[in-house]
Write a protein that binds this ligand. Structure first.
Ligand code: SF4
Ligand code: SF4
Length: 436
């Protein structure tokens, strides 16, 4: 059984399904996950993040990064080998290529043939299939940023706007070029992760490893030779068939030790296990193990680096949850009228004008009341009872008139508050009343 190949196929299918279906999920009538740049909002089920919540959103990415460090320290580059989009799409494109043009040998033979109608037809079908997958992928990806239902409808009705079309075409090109042509060149030459992954590795990190002690000296031998005879010739279990190198998508020889190009896909493990079965040797000359295990030491899971990454991830998660819960659904900003500092009315009152910027960050309608605190005022003009729609940003002008006899200084600080009609601490915002 090709354990790594089967696992790769399984995780590839799961990640493709997740990627394709998630943007179609709806929550209370809207797209459940949507990074809406045009509206400057990030919807995540019942939560909506605004530009003011940038820190909270960055925590999500920091947590994802630390989780990746944690997983890499424990089980090496499994992300690269099984779930990275580059790996998954390369796998899909190779699968399509095999279905349309046949096995590797048949493909080489087809490429060497002169151009004929049959060859053109086969090539057209292959590139058509690749392009179809690329367009679907690009539409799905852009659907995380633009409402996906209207995106698909507008795209297929040729009614799509300039920028969505631009991004769909760009990501179509990227998918087609990366998975169809670049393939592992991306991993070996362009992916920054491969460059710093070794910083996370230690002797207990599980990774695809060749058992030097068992394998060397390598060399071809008759299957009929007993193990004793093989040992007497100074040979180990590697028959030097080179299959592990041939199947390696990045073209490296794992027998030369850990290399940054290795994406931990396990293709060499499956190939070598087949050879071992054929030779009646035990499997595992190349296996998914750690340097410590190969040296016969007990594998340690709980080690300082692993605990460190885990601890930092948990702490950031707690901070994020705490910050999210402390976040108010109502936001209030006060902008002073810039055209005049104050006005004096015929009745001898002093008037200051403000624009209140009210924001409802929640996904429900909220009735609010505007109040003034720490200022003895005569009138507060403008509506003080308002209803804010979900996600509404409202610019609301108000003016306050004060009897100058009650003012003891030229600039009097006070507060506007925004109170939800039912509950909780009001949202406060500092302001100043100016006279002379
Ligand atoms: S596949 Fe196994 S036996 Fe063949 S060369 Fe690689 S390590 Fe040696
Ligand atoms: S050496 Fe090559 S085939 Fe083996 S796991 Fe690494 S990338 Fe895959």
């Amino acid at each position: 059984m090709h354990l790594f190949f089967e696992s790769k196929r399984f995780f590839g299918v799961v990640s493709l399904l997740l990627f394709s279906l998630i943007p179609w999920l709806t929550y209370q009538g809207h797209q459940a996950i949507l990074l809406d740049f045009s509206e400057q909002r990030f919807h995540l089920f019942s939560m909506t993040f605004w530009p003011q919540d940038l820190v909270l959103v960055s925590w999500i990415f920091v947590i994802a990064a630390f989780l990746l460090f944690f997983v890499t320290t424990v089980v090496g580059r499994v992300w690269c080998g099984f779930m990275c989009p580059q790996t998954v799409y390369t796998f899909v494109f190779i699968w399509l290529e095999e279905k349309i043009e046949g096995s590797r040998n048949k493909r080489i033979h087809l490429d060497q043939q002169d151009w004929s109608l049959a060859k053109v037809f086969q090539k057209l079908i292959k590139h058509g299939a690749w392009l179809s997958v690329s367009v679907f992928t690009a539409l799905t990806f852009v659907g995380y940023f633009v409402p996906i239902q209207s995106l698909f409808i507008n795209f297929f009705n040729a009614n799509i706007g300039f920028w969505p079309l631009f991004w769909v075409l760009l990501f179509t090109f990227c998918t087609y070029a990366n998975a169809g042509w670049m393939r592992e060149i991306m991993c070996t030459h362009m992916c920054p992760y491969s460059r710093f992954q070794s910083a996370m590795f230690d002797n207990d990190t599980k990774t695809v490893t060749y058992d030097h002690q068992r394998g060397e000296g390598r060399g071809p031998r008759s299957k009929k030779l007993s193990r004793k005879e093989v040992a007497a010739k100074g040979m180990g279990d590697c028959i030097d068939c080179n299959l592990c190198v041939q199947v390696c998508p990045t073209g490296i020889d794992i027998r030369n030790g850990l290399q940054y190009e290795c994406i931990n896909c396990g293709a060499c493990v499956d190939a070598c296990n087949n050879v071992m079965d054929n030779m009646n040797y035990s499997r595992g000359l190349i296996s998914f193990t750690s340097v410590a295990a190969l040296a016969g030491q007990q594998a340690k899971l709980l080690r300082p680096k692993v605990l460190g990454y885990f601890f930092v991830t948990v702490v950031i998660l707690i901070v994020m949850v705490f910050q999210y819960n402390a976040r108010k659904e109502l936001d209030l900003n006060v902008v002073r009228d810039r055209t005049s500092l104050y006005r004096e009315s015929n009745l001898g009152m002093v008037e200051n004008t403000y624009t209140l910027v009210l924001m409802n960050k929640s996904q429900s309608t909220i009735p609010v009341t505007i109040q003034v605190h720490d200022l003895v005022y005569q009138t507060l003009s403008g509506d003080t009872h308002l209803t804010l729609a979900p996600g509404e940003l409202l610019h609301h002008p108000v003016s306050i008139s004060v009897n100058p006899a009650t003012l003891q200084q030229a600039v009097t600080p006070f507060y506007f508050t925004l109170t939800r009609d039912n509950t909780e601490e009001p949202t406060k915002q500092k302001a100043t009343f100016i006279y002379r």
